[in-house]
Design a protein around this ligand. Structure first.
Ligand code: FES
Ligand code: FES
Length: 205
């Protein structure tokens, strides 16, 4: 066999092998793809929602891309900014760090479920009154977080600022700063945010 003949034969057999393995991959992709989807149903802002989602869909993407609830913001998409904070069964979580299919039967509250433009939630009113935002991008997450923070303090859940595990946490500015530290505001509205939360808690700002 000449060198030219050997090269031509090798090229042909590589092409056949590649096409056979591409076909195999396509065959394998069908059922595997179908297996990636799972039906899930949960309550969002009081309404039952049923979705069939790729198992890898975060709760944040389910809310924003599948339910068009874009009030919950995507900042970092990996748990560092708090922009995506929502309430799940009353507890705050980062929606970008949890898979939607893990929330079967849960009750989820987003910023859209807290108040309306004509009937704001007290925390929303306080943020407006105390000028607790500039661009507003972090604000839905800050408000959801702040509501849960007051519940955590009322329930006696300690933080790093609480002196001991036995001592009930006190509602101080330091306590709020610590508990809200997972919610980043690049506009730096922090002191007004603390004023707003103190106001809702009935303490002097
Ligand atoms: Fe979820 Fe930043 S978008 S923590
Ligand atoms: Fe702009 Fe917080 S108000 S990031």
């Amino acid at each position: 066999m000449t060198r030219r003949g050997l090269l031509a034969g090798t090229a042909a057999s590589v092409a056949v092998t590649a096409s056979a393995s591409a076909g195999g991959a396509q065959q394998a992709a069908g059922p595997a793809d179908a297996a990636l989807k799972t039906p899930v149903s949960f309550t969002v802002n009081g309404k039952r929602r049923e979705l069939e989602l790729d198992n890898r869909t975060s709760l944040l993407d389910a809310l924003r891309e599948h339910l068009q609830l874009t009030g919950t913001k995507k900042g970092c998409d990996h748990g560092q900014c708090g922009a995506c904070t929502v309430l799940v069964d009353g507890r705050r979580i980062n929606a970008c760090l949890t898979l939607a299919v893990m929330h079967e039967g849960d009750s989820i509250t987003t910023i859209e479920g807290l108040g309306t433009p004509t009937d704001l939630h007290p925390m929303q009113e306080a943020f407006v009154r105390h000028d607790g935002f500039q661009c507003g991008y972090c604000t839905p997450g800050q408000i959801c977080s702040a509501i849960a923070v007051l519940d955590e303090i009322r329930a006696g859940i300690p933080s790093h600022v609480s002196a001991t595990l036995d001592e009930r946490p006190q509602l101080t500015r330091a306590e709020l700063r610590e508990r809200m530290s997972g919610n980043i505001c690049r506009c730096g509205a922090y002191s007004n945010i603390v004023d707003a939360v103190m106001d809702v808690a009935g303490r002097p700002a």
